[in-house]
Ligand binder design. Structure first.
Ligand code: HEM
Length: 161
């Protein structure tokens, strides 16, 4: 799998920017992942309804015990896929598979708009975390990596057999 335009479009400079920022964010991945999801729901409140563990709960979302672990794992997965993109030459997912993730998102009815909102929320989360280190180049690097991940997930978005 080569993604849209191929993972080879991800340059060495972009890889370095993603690796540098991920190294600074790693230890706060739980908090950052939570911020990331809260931003998604701020922009697209209706997306909450897709999550089984939010739908059936009366707690405010930021207090939901299942949200933080889920948010952290999605954030870490997204960042790790970005970090290994150039070396692997393709999107690689840890602790799961693109097939499974594709099937789950197909089943829950995730559409392009959700991926776009999520991209915006991801970039905002990393921007906030980076402070003065944030740059247009860094933004571009994360955008390219995220787009590759989404393209890879979309190729597997079909009913599971
Ligand atoms: C579930 C990853 C984007 C909605 C999951 C799971 C993973 C994951 C690993 C758990 C799958 C399992 O059951 O094993 C990702 C990654 C994304 C992404 C890496 C990067 C783009 C999105 C977007 C949405 C979304 C954009 C919609 C706003 C969901 C829902 C579930 C889910 C509704 C099921 C949660 C539940 O169990 O109730 N995702 N996801 N995901 N994801 Fe995503």
């Amino acid at each position: 799998y080569e993604g849209v335009g191929g993972a080879s479009l991800f340059t060495e400079e972009q890889e370095a920017l993603v690796v540098k920022s991920w190294n600074l964010m790693k230890k706060n991945a739980g908090e950052l992942g939570l911020n990331f999801f809260l931003k998604i729901f701020e922009i697209a409140p209706s997306a909450q309804k897709m999550f089984s563990f939010l739908k059936d709960s009366n707690l405010p979302i930021e207090k939901n015990p299942k949200l933080k672990p889920h948010a952290k794992s999605v954030f870490v997965m997204t960042c790790e896929a970005a970090v290994q993109l150039r070396k692997a030459g393709k999107v690689v997912i840890r602790d799961s598979s693109l097939k499974k993730i594709g099937a789950v998102h197909f089943k829950y009815g995730v559409v392009d708009e959700h991926f776009e909102v999520t991209k915006y929320a991801l970039l905002e989360t990393i921007k906030d975390a980076m402070g003065s280190m944030w740059s247009t180049e860094m933004k571009k690097a994360w955008s390219v990596a995220y787009d590759q991940l989404v393209a890879a997930i979309k190729t597997e978005m079909k009913p599971s057999s």
